[in-house]
Each structure stands twice: as C-alpha cells, then as structure tokens.
Design a protein around this ligand. Sequence first.
Ligand SMILES: N[C@@H](CCC(=O)N[C@@H](CS)C(=O)NCC(=O)O)C(=O)O
Length: 306
Amino acid sequence: MSQVILHHYPQSPVSEKVRVVLGMKGLDWQSVQIPRYPPKPDLMPLTGGYRRTPVMQIGANVYCDSQCIIRELEQRYPEPSLFPGGGAGLAWGVSRWTDGPLFIAIIAAIFGEQGHELPEEFANDRGPLYFGPNYDVDTFMRTLDETLAQIRAQFSWFDQCLADDRPFLLGEQPGLADALGYYLVWFFRGRVHAGPAMLRQFPKLESWEQRVQALGHGRPADLSADRALEIARTSRPEVMEWIDPADPLQVSVGQPIGVTPHGDSGDPTVRGRIARLTPDTIVLRRRDDRVGDVAVHFPRAGYRAG
Ligand SMILES: N[C@@H](CCC(=O)N[C@@H](CS)C(=O)NCC(=O)O)C(=O)O
C-alpha cells in the first residue's frame, strides 16, 4: 500500500480535484475522513492550525493546499505526467483562475440560490471563509442571475477547448488542466440547482466530464485518524533544507516564521521554523505533543510568509 494519506471528506470539491489526480496516476492511497467543519482535532496536530480541506500526509510530511499536494504527487509519481504536452507553469497559472474566481462564483451561486435556507453551520462557516466577515447573503440572492451568467461564460471556454473533439482539454492525454476544470463541473452539477440544466447546453463538455470521471480515483483504502497520527509520530520528516538566496524574504534555515493564506478569511497563521523556501514552496518544521516533529509544506503562491 502506498504511503500517501489524504485527509478529506467526500463532498469537498477541492478534494475531488486531488482524487482525480490520484486516479490519473493510478495510485494506491489511504483515506482519512475529516469533519466538514471545525473543530478538526485530529488534523490540527499535523497542520499546526491550517483547517482547509484537503491535506495530504506522507509519513511525517504534511502537505497543505491542493496546489502543494498535486505538485508533490507529480514529483514523487512523475508517470503519467500531469503535463503531457509540457508547459507545466501555464497549468499552474490556469489554476489561479479555476481555484480563484471560478470556484468563488460557484460558492456565490450556492449562496444566491439557497440564501437564508442554507444550513446554518454551512453559512456561518463558509460565508466568512470565502467572502470575508462582512459578507451579505441578500447581495448573492439579488445577483444570482448575473453570477450564473458569469459561470456559464467560463464553462463555455472548456466547451470551446473541446470543439475539435479532442478527448481531453489539452489533447489526447489527461492532465492537470482536466482535473482543474472537472472538479468545478462536479461541484456545480452536484450543488447548484441550476447546474445540470446549464451543463446540458455544453454537450462536448458533458462527454469530456464522463471521460474524466471514468479515470476514477485510484485505489483508496480507509485509514483511521488515530492510525494516521501514529504514522506521523513514528516517522521522521524528510526535508531537503534550502533557502533560495534570491528570495525577497531574507531568512535562514531554522528561523521562526508564520505562514498565512492570503485574504481576509480569518485563516490562522501556522508557526514553525523555516526549513525550505523555493520559488513555489515554503516548508516549516514544527513540533506537536501528539505527533512529534513534522514538516508542513505550503505553496508559495497565495500564502504570506513572515
Ligand atoms: N486553496 C485551498 C482551498 C481549499 C478549500 O477551500 N477547501 C474547502 C473544501 S473544498 C474548505 O477548506 N472548506 C472548509 C473546510 O473544509 O473546513 C486548496 O487548494 O486546497
């Protein structure tokens, strides 16, 4: 059984993106189901406060954020590549669109459609998380049609990409771009009432959706949270210590540092000692009573270090 452990829950769209990547690579992995809402007492010892979903664990290495998770999967399991035609950097750039404005527009559609009927737990947690502390449900309700029009325009781009009957967005082979588009179509179809009817307007996109779905999720096996913590406790973090000397943040290995997602979502800062800093990754070492020493990995893009 592979050492990849994914901490996630079935309804999580961002986890679906990672599950699809695990499927593209045909990997065995272990699945720990975490709560949909804080508190997440068996996740915090690993991440040091990062509460989002999903998180990947490999021994005593913890990878926060799907960007960081997918980059690590590509590095450890390069075949088949997520970048079949090369040009990896561009697909990461595309992810800033899909995971940013397009993802947020779908959340806005959920708030706009369900308004005050949204389950309280969901509204109270996800409202401030995605829209800041002063968000206003009535605005989403009032602007629902416009939000749906914005989503439709963006989904039409996927459909256009498939106009020449190519099987996947970039050609013959599936790759990161497909996972980036697919998880949002999955989310929109499953959670927005207007979703299925709108998607029917894009037949090429629907056939592509079925092809990506058929790639599956690899081979997951259930694992308990206790066992995952024990695996972390009995493993040693593996980090190649290095600080990019050209990084604008002038730090040295071992220096205490905090890492916080950009935005005003109230995400907590994770504190530790910096072990590695590259143009696209930040790695902290930290210690926790339940798991001992761990290395926590974050993407650089979208995270503030200091
Ligand atoms: N930038 C993060 C975003 C992750 C994210 O927002 N995930 C959602 C679930 S799909 C989440 O964390 N929701 C709150 C939660 O699960 O507590 C990533 O790419 O992993």
